[in-house]
Design a protein around this ligand. Structure first.
Ligand code: GLP
Length: 204
């Protein structure tokens, strides 16, 4: 089974166990094949809530990505779709917490937009993007990338009950190895995932 199929299987399992599950969702090129399979999976999203990890401070690039890749193709209720805003952590807490969080990983070890230097105690806030992240995301999307974004924090991610990380491509291998096997350090924000008890790495 491909890593994308495994990711969809875990999402399906979550929705089968709990139709009103709260899912935290990622954008990025890695997620495109996951959402393609998810669109075909015929899952029932009618009671599910989604909380995206991040969004640029200007424009709605990630919301548009999610609409095109997933939301327009499944039976999710638009009022159950959430993007980071002020009070996001409280909103998530009041909703009962996140059941499953799907993460990608940046070449520099970022998760969501928690760039190197992010604190393990960080919550949803406005962040400055690394130049390397802006260059890469601009190449991938063909659009200009703002210098700031609003992102869930490391603590927001670690509060999720279950986490899966999907990562493909050689250029991610160093970040993945640092995240999984090096000392826990803010130099590689994904290394904070070592403190969580239910993380599944899907790597190819
Ligand atoms: C992006 C997003 C992350 C994503 C990561 C990897 O900038 N903020 O949530 O997981 O970087 O992106 P990609 O899958 O395009 O390599």
């Amino acid at each position: 089974m491909s890593i994308e199929q495994q990711a969809v299987e875990l999402i399906a399992q979550t929705l089968r166990d709990k139709p009103a599950a709260n899912l935290m969702l990622a954008t990025g090129s890695t997620m495109e094949p996951v959402y393609a399979l998810l669109r075909e999976a015929g899952l029932d999203f009618s009671l599910a809530n989604t909380f995206n990890l991040d969004e640029y401070i200007e424009g709605n690039q990630f919301r548009e990505f999610m609409n095109a890749q997933l939301f327009e193709h499944v039976n999710i209720c638009s009022t159950n779709v959430h993007f980071p805003t002020l009070g996001y952590d409280e909103l998530i807490y009041d909703a009962g917490g996140i059941d499953l969080c799907i993460l990608g990983i940046g070449v520099n070890g970022h998760i969501a937009f928690n760039e190197p230097g992010a604190s393990i105690n960080s919550r949803t806030r406005v962040v400055e993007l690394d130049v390397s992240t802006r260059v890469r995301n601009s190449q991938l999307s063909g659009a200009e990338i703002p210098s700031k974004a609003i992102s869930v924090g490391i603590a927001t991610i670690l509060d999720c009950k279950q986490i899966i990380v999907v990562a493909s491509g050689k250029e991610k291998h160093e970040a993945i190895n640092n995240a999984r096997y090096s000392d826990i350090s803010d130099k590689c924000p994904a290394s904070f995932l070592q403190t969580h008890s239910d993380v599944t790495w899907l790597v190819s």
